[in-house]
Design a binder for this molecule. Structure first.
Ligand code: SF4
Ligand code: SF4
Length: 371
């Protein structure tokens, strides 16, 4: 059994059945793509800033020889979920954040894999990453033959569609590498047509700054047009994956990714009142947790503002008094969006006591845009 076969065997023994290998070398083919995305301002800003680090694994680990790329599936079939929560106003959380934090799950798996290999092979130098690493994980997964690129910019796999989390391990072992998969995207454009914000383009381009997944995580100001398109999304967005024909009848994901009741259609009115302590308890150990309670509260206000139901105005108005100017600004937006007449009245009253120049100027901007 050669090293590659052994690695695959160990990976399978701990439940990793998506695995591939890439030679650790400079990915020159990425340079132009990243530069072009940067020039067009399509990058989210969450990525590694130094382009050399993104394309050269040696800058992260000097003696890396091979990159082991792994994938774990996370699709949970909705008919297996029997939470009977169905609040009148609920928010959507992306499947990627339904269950246990995938960073933790993947890192545990990768660590275990390397421990098993070291038991047999002795000391191995390695470093592993999930999501926040310097290299482009989707590109590695593609090069490693784990899947192919879809026009929705996801890596699509044979058995699990695009519902896979990707992690990678830089190591000093020489392992035989793979050929990448041929592109099998059906080019049906369903993802492009369904994207609420027009973030996807026909030529496999993707503007991360317009993507709801980015919008629900950014702390930057979100334009009114994009807020309106966010609907009731609280964290992430699955639209372009849900419509993809490669994602129908896929095999289910790990049990760890099954949602807790409060991650599946959470009650927006309850989320509004969540204290920081409650937030930590409920959301601290899922992927959504990293952005904190304030961003979740802002997204909740956007979702309620988009509900089209003036009943929620009574709940929103309290947040015009919030200690955070950012929350007050979004509450002002939601008030006007829900009801121009009552919203304006509320804001007129509020302006009499508002001291923050940014909130005052936001309210004036809202008047101009909506009234
Ligand atoms: Fe568009 Fe949502 Fe896909 Fe982002 S995740 S590209 S917003 S459909
Ligand atoms: Fe490709 Fe169609 Fe899937 Fe988009 S929806 S990734 S075009 S197969």
């Amino acid at each position: 059994m050669n090293l590659k076969e052994k690695t695959i065997k160990y990976a399978k023994s701990i439940g990793i059945d998506l695995i591939g290998f890439v030679k650790s070398e400079v990915f020159e083919d990425l340079r132009e793509r990243i530069n072009s995305r940067k020039e067009k301002d399509y990058l989210s800003g969450f990525e590694e800033k130094d382009i050399e680090k993104r394309i050269d694994p040696q800058l992260t680990m000097k003696d890396a020889k091979t990159i082991i790329v792994v994938g774990v599936p996370y699709y949970i079939h909705e008919n297996n979920i029997n939470h009977d929560t169905n609040p009148e106003f609920y928010g959507k959380i992306s499947r990627s954040s339904w269950g246990k934090d995938y960073h933790v799950v993947l890192k545990e798996k990768m660590k275990k894999l390397m421990e098993l290999m070291q038991e047999e092979l002795g000391k191995i130098k390695y470093r592993f990453f999930v999501d926040t690493g310097p290299l482009v994980d989707r590109h590695l997964a593609y090069k490693a033959g784990i899947g192919w690129y879809g026009k929705n910019n996801c890596i699509i796999t044979e058995n699990y569609g695009s519902w896979v989390f990707i992690g990678y391990i830089l190591c000093d072992l020489e392992i035989e590498t793979e050929n990448h998969e041929e592109n099998r995207c059906a080019k049906c454009n369903k993802c492009i047509d369904a994207c609420p914000t027009g973030a996807l383009m026909d030529n496999y381009e993707y503007n991360a700054k317009r993507c709801i997944s980015f919008l629900t995580q950014t702390k930057e100001d979100i334009s009114y047009q994009l807020r309106e398109k966010m609907g009731n999304s609280l964290y992430g967005c699955d639209v372009c994956q849900l419509v993809c024909p490669h994602n129908v009848n896929v095999e289910g994901g790990y049990d760890e990714f099954f949602p807790e009741e409060h991650n599946y259609r959470p009650n927006l009115l309850e989320l509004l009142q969540l204290s920081n302590k409650q937030f930590k308890k409920k959301y601290g150990d899922i992927a959504l947790g990293w952005r904190g309670n304030k961003v979740l509260k802002r997204n909740t206000i956007i979702a309620l503002g988009n509900s089209g139901d003036i009943k929620v105005l009574d709940h929103i108005k309290k947040y015009l008094e919030d200690s955070s100017p950012m929350i007050r600004k979004y509450a002002a937006w939601a008030a006007i969006r829900l009801d121009k007449v009552r919203g304006k009245k509320l804001l007129e009253e509020h302006l009499k006591k508002e001291k923050d120049p940014q909130v005052i100027s936001e309210i004036k901007k809202l008047y101009k845009y909506y009234l």
